[in-house]
Structure formats: structure tokens, C-alpha cells
Write a protein that binds this ligand. Structure first.
Ligand SMILES: Cc1cc2nc3c(=O)[nH]c(=O)nc-3n(C[C@H](O)[C@H](O)[C@H](O)COP(=O)(O)O)c2cc1C
Length: 373
């Protein structure tokens, strides 16, 4: 087969945006901003390499959204002030030189902060598992404080303010992190949210904070500025977590997403085991349900560098776009390699161990005498 005719290399027209292929960079936290949360020139080169290497859309690592309790780890980038926006601006410009669009992921760590012992969550439930060493965490997660309505307002304002910062920096949009067990996913997950007010109980109530954030951002940004959401079942501290009611719960969540009307929905499978961790007993996947129920642009994730899987996802209409994480981190020119018939450098866990910084990954790659420039 002529590889240029492969489904992953077909363009996608989107109102206001045109993507040359279906390949997206998945958000990956790289612990490489300054201690004040400012993006750096090293991050500019890192993100631009993906665009240069053939990816058409880049979603950044999660940016913290307020100074109170949103930070997940030291050296995380933030988008809480115009200083942060100014630091991202040259990175955004560098990426756009290569024709890709770039989306800022906005993230509140909630009870899963590696950074703080004073955490916030919908309910005072201690997360299972231990903190992640490669993000500077040690020991058990603390008991979070159950958020007051005032705390919820502060969080919402933080997200909206961060979206304004993203617009100021020139980003093409934002992705709200409602996945992987972080704050907005804690609200959505029945076992982590036992509130009895309007933010707990029904799925509609548990999705309410996300809906309110989407609507508030929508009210202040121009039409071409994309608002996406990232959903998952798995949590970083419990990768195999699945909704108790399976597809029935997924349908309820996606009905709420449809009403909130984001521009895209990104279904994350952090384990990389897409078939194992995203299908339901009725044979449908979370991504396919998202496509059927919302009719929005859907991004599938979870080992999408495997071409047979990627082909199936597009051809069977599970999703429109594919986000790639670790394989792209190992080789930012992954799309060019596939087009040219050359082998991309494969991911190795040492690239993220003992730390997940850009510098460390580059050192591991260089020490194997591989040219990464
Ligand atoms: C180093 C690293 C950092 C990550 N950071 C984030 C993040 O900031 N936000 C997020 O939503 N997912 C994050 N993820 C999850 C990825 O976006 C993706 O879901 C996961 O790597 C599975 O995709 P893959 O099989 O293509 O690697 C991270 C993954 C890795 C490997």
C-alpha cells in the first residue's frame, strides 16, 4: 500500500483549522519548566520537534491553573498570569512555524498532587497508591480537604483565567484534563465523589463543574479557539480502574459531554492497552461511544503507534484522530519515519527514569549514540 494513502495520513478539516494528518501528540508532563512554572527554550525545541517530525496537532503537558492547590509537581508549567502566557508565546510560535496546531492542557491535580500535602478534592477520601518518584513525590498521598462551594468557584475561575492566558499566548485552544484521576475526574468518579450537593450524586451533578468551566470559557473566547476535554476510566494511581456500570456509565458521561458541547473529546488509555482497557461487554469502545453520542471530533489514545490498531480505530470509526505519547517522546519524527519507511527509535522506560525531564530523555537517547537533533 502507498503509505501516503494510509488512513493516519489523511487530512482533517475542522472549522477554522485544517490538519494535514490524524497524528496528535498526547499530553506528557516533563517536569522541565522553571520553578516559577515558566516555559523555557528547551521546551520550545522539544515541542517544535514534534511539529517538524510530522505531527499535525500538539497537546501540551498539563498546566496548573491556580496558585492555591492545582500544582501537580515541581517544575510544572502554569498558565495563571500574563508572565506565564509570555513564556509560552515563543514556544507556540516555534511550533506553528512547522504548520501544526497547539493546544494547552489545563490541569488541576486535586488529591493527586506530588507537590503539596494540602490537597483539595470533591470529598475527603485518601487516594490509594503512592506518589510518583519521577515527578518528585514520595510516600502516601495525604487526605485531601473536601472542597467548599467557595473552593469550587476558585477552581473554576482558575481554569477560565488559564484559558485566557492560553489565548494570550497564541494557543489554538485548551484541553480540560478530566482524566487520569486528577481533580475534574475525581468529581466525575462515583467512588471519589460522595458529595450531597449539586456537585455530587447523579452523573449530571458530578460533571457539573466541567460543564460550568466549558461554558464560562466559551463565553469569552473567539469561535476558532478550540475547547476540548480529556476523559478516561483509568487513574494514574489505578490504571485498571473501569466504570462500575461499564458502558451504561460511559453513555451517561458522554450525554453530559454532548450537552456541554466541547469541540473535541480525547479518550485516554494511559496503560497503552487500548483494546483491553477501553472496550465494554457489548463490543463497543469508549471512543466509539463518544463519536456516536456527541458527533464531535474524537481523539483515541493508548498505544496508537501500533499501525494495525491505529488503522482499525480510524476505519471502524472509533475516532478521527490518534494521540501518541511514549513512542513520540522516544522519536519526535515518528510520522516522518513511517512515511519514509525508516524505523523510529523505540521507547525505553529508562527515557523517563529516574526522572521524567526533557534533559534526562535527551541524555538517555544521546548516550546510545543516536542523533536527536
Ligand atoms: C511522561 C508522561 C507524562 C504524562 N503526562 C500527562 C499529562 O500531563 N496529562 C495527561 O492527560 N496525560 C499524561 N500522560 C498520559 C499520556 O498522555 C498517554 O495517555 C499515555 O502515555 C498513553 O499513550 P501512549 O500509549 O501513546 O504512550 C503522560 C504520559 C507520560 C508517559
Amino acid at each position: 500500500m502507498d503509505i501516503t494513502k494510509h488512513p493516519i495520513f489523511q487530512p482533517l478539516q475542522w472549522p477554522g483549522h485544517s490538519l494535514k494528518n490524524r497524528l496528535v501528540i498526547a499530553p506528557m508532563s516533563r517536569v522541565s519548566a522553571t520553578s516559577e512554572g515558566l516555559a523555557t527554550a528547551e521546551m520550545g525545541n522539544y515541542y517544535a520537534a514534534f511539529a517538524k517530525g510530522g505531527f499535525s496537532m500538539i497537546i501540551t503537558e498539563g498546566n496548573y491553573t491556580d496558585e492555591i492547590a492545582s500544582k501537580g509537581y515541581p517544575h510544572q508549567p502554569g498558565l495563571i498570569s500574563s508572565v506565564h502566557a509570555a513564556a509560552w508565546k515563543p514556544v507556540v510560535e516555534q511550533v506553528k512555524t512547522h504548520g501544526a496546531i497547539i493546544i494547552a492542557q489545563l490541569m488541576h491535580a486535586g488529591a493527586l498532587s506530588q507537590y503539596s500535602q494540602d490537597t483539595l478534592a470533591p470529598s475527603a477520601i485518601q487516594p490509594g497508591g503512592v506518589k510518583m518518584a519521577q515527578y518528585g513525590g514520595t510516600g502516601a498521598y495525604p487526605f485531601p480537604k473536601a472542597m467548599s462551594l467557595e473552593d469550587i468557584n476558585t477552581v473554576k475561575n482558575g481554569f477560565v483565567n488559564a484559558a485566557t492566558g492560553a489565548l494570550e499566548a497564541g494557543f489554538d485552544g485548551v484541553e480540560l484534563h478530566i482524566a487520569n484521576g486528577y481533580l475534574l475526574d475525581q468529581f466525575l468518579t462515583p467512588e471519589l465523589n460522595i458529595r450531597e450537593d449539586q456537585y455530587g450524586g447523579s452523573t449530571s451533578n458530578r460533571f457539573r463543574i466541567a460543564t460550568e468551566i466549558i461554558q464560562a470559557i466559551r463565553a469569552i473566547v473567539p469561535a476558532h479557539f478550540l475547547i476540548g476535554i480529556r476523559l478516561s476510566e483509568g487513574k494514574v494511581n489505578d490504571l485498571k480502574y473501569r466504570w462500575k456500570d461499564g458502558a451504561a456509565m460511559a453513555v451517561e458521561v458522554l450525554e453530559e459531554a454532548r450537552k456541554a458541547a466541547p469541540d473535541f473529546i480525547h479518550i485516554a488509555v494511559q496503560s497503552g492497552e487500548w483494546e483491553r482497557d477501553s472496550f465494554y461487554s457489548n463490543g463497543t469502545s469508549y471512543a466509539a461511544l463518544a463519536k456516536q453520542i456527541t458527533g464531535k471530533v474524537i481523539i483515541a489514545n493508548g498505544g496508537m503507534h501500533q499501525l494495525t490498531r491505529a488503522t482499525r480505530v480510524i476505519e471502524e470509526s472509533h475516532a478521527d484522530l490518534l494521540s501518541i505519547g511514549k513512542a513520540a517522546l522516544a522519536d519526535p519524527a515518528w510520522p516522518s519515519h513511517i512515511l519514509n519507511g525508516t524505523s523510529p527509535l523505540a521507547f525505553h522506560p529508562d527515557m523517563l527514569w529516574p526522572e521524567a525531564t526533557i534533559r534526562h530523555t535527551n541524555q538517555v537517547i544521546k548516550s546510545n549514540h543516536i542523533n536527536i537533533s
